[in-house]
Design a protein around this ligand. Structure first.
Ligand code: 13P
Ligand code: SF4
Length: 372
């Protein structure tokens, strides 16, 4: 664990890149006063960042950055291009840009491709997986439908297009409860995340029956290998050692929906990555949040530490998503160099069958309609 206590106000990178020089880039990086960015980090990476930003501007590339990106990668995206799964899907649906680099894992980039099939959607590393998406496919959705005929299937966006294509509606952590409540009937099938399903079941108690893999059946489901690492005992220990008593108005413990149910119950607030950020922003602006721990991927906390320097954060550096971590400055630079040279982009481009795109679009669009 490490503690970060920012002391100065930070605006984040301003990415206007007209005639941007290497010195400008360095200055912006130093001006971030990021608690975990050292002199060495900045000097070692400024040149690559300068080149990426120059090429991004030259080719009018939209660069979407998930909240789990490490700070130097996250800072390549404009503020409007950063966000959680839902926010990035919404952005992908409306962008006019021809090229879209998605700094996240491939299932996220697939969603962008489905919503913007005419665009070229590129990812730094097509081999980056996700323990939820990788362990659940179209056949698993069909098995659940056979077990609960007639019940609508709500699928977490952390899934691949073929599984989405078999489902009725998608959801993210930011809208799951709202969407489930508005579906017809008294039962909803939720796949594939078992902890998420259990958390939703608790949230909808008395309103809607939630069925999911492993609940009174032997169907296959999955959990997030990152969030499952947080236990109730960890949270209790963090409360004690970092002095965040339950119900304290200025100190808060946060958890992501993918955590275990007892972890969620222990948290003072739970939500999607952006909802957690929003609550922190509101708490800072309100009574003035002084201390926080976020039970989620550790780079989310790194980015929060920059955004909210007055808050003291603890982060579990070992709780890193190895899939998200495959997105690096070097790989992003390689994509842009290939684009600049007019080289083949196949190694980076997300492609899907036209039929899969057609069938997966409806559940995603239904989710977006219900999230306006
Ligand atoms: P968000 O939808 O909250 O951004 O989460 C995505 C994810 O992969 C969490 O592990
Ligand atoms: Fe998948 Fe978990 Fe990584 Fe998110 S944090 S991409 S759910 S493995």
């Amino acid at each position: 664990m490490k503690s970060t206590e920012g002391t100065r106000h930070t605006e984040g990178a301003t990415n206007g890149t007209t005639d941007l020089t290497l010195e400008d880039v360095k200055q912006e990086l130093y001006n971030r006063h990021h608690p975990s960015l050292t002199f060495l980090d900045i000097e070692a990476h400024a040149k690559a960042i300068h080149r990426i930003r120059t090429l991004k501007q030259k080719h009018d590339v939209v660069m979407l950055g998930h909240n789990y990106m490490e700070p130097l990668v996250f800072g390549l995206s404009e503020k409007s291009e950063q966000g959680d799964s839902l926010g990035l899907s919404m952005y992908a649906a409306k962008t006019e840009a021809e090229y879209l680099i998605f700094n996240g894992v491939p299932f996220m980039a697939e969603t962008a491709k489905i919503l913007s099939p005419d665009k070229t959607v590129l990812v730094a590393d097509k081999t980056a997986g996700c323990s939820l998406a990788d362990n659940f496919g179209a056949e698993d959705v069909k098995a659940m439908k056979e077990l609960y005929p007639g019940a609508p299937v709500m699928i977490y966006v952390n899934s691949y297009a073929d599984a989405k294509a078999e489902s009725d509606i998608c959801c993210t952590s930011a809208n799951a409860a709202h969407i489930a409540k508005s579906l017809p009937g008294d039962t909803v099938i939720f796949v594939p995340d078992i902890f998420f399903a259990q958390n939703l079941e608790e949230e909808l108690k008395g309103e809607k029956r939630v069925v999911y893999p492993g609940k009174d059946n032997t169907a296959r489901g999955a959990v997030c290998e990152v969030h499952e690492r947080f236990t109730l005992a960890d949270l209790v220990a963090i409360r004690e050692s970092f002095e965040i008593p339950k119900g304290h108005s200025l100190r808060k413990l946060y958890a992501h929906w993918e955590c275990r149910p007892d972890v969620l119950k222990e948290a003072d607030f739970y939500g999607s990555t952006s909802q957690i950020m929003k609550d922190i922003a509101e708490s800072v602006a309100g009574d003035g949040l002084e201390r926080a721990f976020v039970a989620s991927e550790c780079e989310l906390t790194s980015n929060l530490a920059q955004e909210f320097p007055a808050v003291q954060f603890w982060t579990a550096c070992s709780v890193r998503c190895t899939h998200m971590a495959k997105v690096s400055l070097g790989k992003i630079a390689t994509i842009l160099e290939a684009l600049d040279q007019g080289a083949d982009l196949g190694e980076f481009e997300v492609t899907l069958d036209a039929a899969v795109i057609d069938n997966a679009r409806a559940p995603i669009e239904r989710m977006l309609e219900m999230s306006q």
